[in-house]
Design a protein around this ligand. Structure first.
Ligand SMILES: [Zn+2]
Ligand SMILES: [Zn+2]
Length: 347
């Protein structure tokens, strides 16, 4: 099969993925599912993998290279292991990015992302920038008949990550509250739609790119700001003292040390984007009683909920399509923000 493989890490991101013929995956375990990839979302995590941000935790000695990235996958079931009963060849599915075991205590509590034996295709083992990839039965969700894999592939990670953060925010606010979304890219534009469907809070969207600002307006953001130097004053003025919740989809490039300053007293920061280091004086935490926490992808059931919103037309992915042969162009376009929403690779 054709696949795009990473051969090197490079902080400057000058490496190109190689498009080449590799052996297609085969069923080795009774719970495994091979998916013919319909589409795979291109994620900032893929850029971070190339940059080597994950190298120390995942591949310190470089032994995993070369491998196939791509963890936002949807397609059609190609083959199944002997114990698989919930899907059959030909079914259109979206794949939760974590191959959870379904057996450990964390899985039984529904915390798929905390699975003791979880595997993450696309991070450390071959993923979906290929014609086929392998996962297991506990990760797949059958698509509603009105949905194609192409329309939803990035929902597998970008989508549920935004949904989980929006759902956390929705539980903290009420009509009249403010939720501020920093970064209107592949995740932020989904979060805006989720917030508008999950709660009555007003949504402030912040992004430097005019295209992203226009998308945020289209999707119903109540106020769109360009993230200029007076951002903190603008948000404090618009909200009467600060935002009740801030969701930071950037987490680096200096944004990580502005986002918590947008909170009102008692407010909560939900960190989703990563790469930077947050520095908050302890006095700020005490005086303003702000809370700071992270949000990690989402559970299988959260992806099911998101697919329901999608099937009903309430949350849609905005995407730009690239062929597998054009994957290096898509990476370059992503780095330089030449598209709004998500880049999607179609093998
Ligand atoms: Zn992702
Ligand atoms: Zn488990």
């Amino acid at each position: 099969m054709k696949a795009a493989r990473l051969y090197d890490y490079d902080p400057e991101m000058n490496v190109q993925l190689k498009i080449e013929e590799v052996p297609a995956p085969t069923i080795n375990g009774p719970d495994e599912v091979i998916v013919k990839v319909g589409a795979a979302g291109l994620c900032r995590t893929d850029l971070h993998i190339i940059e080597g941000v994950w190298k120390e935790v995942m591949d310190a000695d470089g032994a995993l290279l070369p491998y196939v990235m791509g963890h936002e996958n949807a397609g059609w079931v190609e083959d199944v292991g002997s114990n698989v009963t919930s899907v059959k060849p030909g079914d259109a599915v979206i794949c939760h990015p974590h191959r959870s075991c379904g057996i450990c205590l964390n899985c039984r509590y529904g915390h798929d992302m905390y699975c003791d034996h979880g595997l993450f295709p696309g991070l450390g083992l071959d993923g979906g920038f290929a014609e086929y990839f392998i996962t297991n039965e506990s990760s797949v969700i059958k698509l509603n008949t009105n949905i194609t894999p192409l329309e939803v592939a990035p929902m597998a990670d970008a989508g549920i990550t935004a949904y989980r953060a929006a759902k956390k925010a929705a539980g903290l606010v009420h009509p009249g509250s403010y939720v501020t979304v920093l970064g209107v890219g592949g995740l932020g534009h989904i979060a805006i739609q989720c917030l508008k469907n999950l709660c009555g809070a007003r949504v402030i969207a912040i992004d430097r790119e005019p295209g992203a600002q226009a998308l945020a307006k289209d999707l119903g953001a109540d106020l769109v700001l360009d993230g200029g130097s007076d951002l903190i004053e603008q948000v404090k003025e618009a909200t009467g003292g600060g935002s009740d919740v801030v969701i930071d989809f950037v987490g680096e490039l200096g944004v990580e040390n502005i986002c918590w300053k947008l909170l009102r007293q008692g407010g909560e920061l939900i960190v989703v984007g990563y790469g930077g280091t947050i520095e908050v004086p302890t006095l700020e935490l005490v005086i303003n009683e702000i809370k700071i926490g992270g949000s990690l992808v989402g559970d299988y059931t959260e992806l099911v909920e998101l697919m329901e919103l999608n099937a009903d037309g309430l949350v849609k992915m905005h995407y730009t399509e690239y062929t597998l042969d054009d994957i290096n162009t898509s990476i370059d376009d992503f780095k330089n923000r030449r598209f709004t929403g998500r880049g999607v690779i179609v093998p």
